[in-house]
Design a protein around this ligand. Sequence first.
Ligand SMILES: Cc1cc2nc3c(=O)[nH]c(=O)nc-3n(C[C@H](O)[C@H](O)[C@H](O)COP(=O)(O)O)c2cc1C
Length: 409
Amino acid sequence: MPAVAGIGGSTMRVRRCKVLYLEPREQVEFDLEALLAGGSGLARERRWLVLAPHLGQEVEVDAVERELLGALSPDEWTDSGQLSDDVSAALKRLLKAGLVVSNSKRHATLRERDETLRGTYWHPLAATLHAFTRWRDADAVQSMQDTGTETAAELRETLGPPPVEAMDRGSHGQRLALPRTARTDFDLLLARRATCRNFDAERPLSIALFAQLMERVFAAQSQVRVSDDTVFLKKTSPSGGGLHPIEAYLIVQNVEGVVPGLYHYHPIAHALEPLPAPDTSLHELAMVAVAEQHWFANAHVMVLMAPRYDRTFWKYRSHAKGYRVVALEAGHLSQTLYLSATDAGLGAFITGAINEVPLEQAFDLDPITSGALAICGFGWRGEEMVTMELDPAGEVWRLEAITQEESEK
Ligand SMILES: Cc1cc2nc3c(=O)[nH]c(=O)nc-3n(C[C@H](O)[C@H](O)[C@H](O)COP(=O)(O)O)c2cc1C
């Protein structure tokens, strides 16, 4: 078999990137000609796409490239001279795309991305999900308008009825009724928790309240020092393996004594670390961050929860539940924030509808080792409810007449 000679003049060692999935995708497009010819009016095209998380973008491959990807080991290096001439062009394209990596200097950048992924110990499916569900310029508001799903009534109209709100299992006669307990202050606090969509941009937040919330939610309360280089933190929320991978990156817009800007919060020092200003205005970044949801964009403080995946996956190596554990932790931190804010008389929110890519750029985060997972925020509630909040019992707003339809938004 003739060898692949002369890729770059000499042979090199190559191997397949560590993780990739192949998707046979069908694309359907409207085709007027097909319709006029008496057909369905739809043109269907099938393509093979490669999803490789170290690249973060899809790559289309042909049959020769697809077979070559299957033939190369992701771990053992192959001398390119041992490959047939027939695959020479395919190998070049795969090297250029980063689906095959080599020991050559020319391919160093994409080889390093592959090595970063290898060294972070992602579960391959989780890495792929994480890499390919990131947004760059999503507009959640426009999307709701386009799909007719802005209000609860529209949702019902467009999507039909949802699955029932509470499920019956077994017969009613077998139910074991549980005693109701007298409400304590803690119940009252829980009752006053509601997602805030109306921040008061005119009323600055004091540094004392800001610091109190950061300390309660994100600070290390104590430490367990196993050795000089192995330390576990104790926080007010639980964390898988006690690893507390979630970093708090802040967009501070309206706190007395804190220059508006980007910060990293240090959980042991309980201190803000100023970061370079974003390319756009702070408010523009805040809008993009929450996918144009203007009801969150003027929060006094936004907290980007950015897990250090390499820390959790240090213990849970290529673990099937690793990514899920980290996502659950963001929920815990968010609930602690909601309750701490409510206790302080403030409003809080969380959103998963975020544009990860510009956030990673603004905070200089590598999505393989770290990355953006969710945004929560807090600040003073405004006096008027402009955007709907879910407060049917009037615990927060003491409103007389919220229609059931509106309150379910
Ligand atoms: C993970 C998560 C993501 C959410 N994302 C959004 C969002 O993108 N936009 C929004 O307005 N509310 C968002 N919310 C808030 C919910 O809409 C809210 O919790 C729900 O309507 C119930 O209201 P309540 O929190 O006041 O009880 C999110 C909540 C959670 C837990």
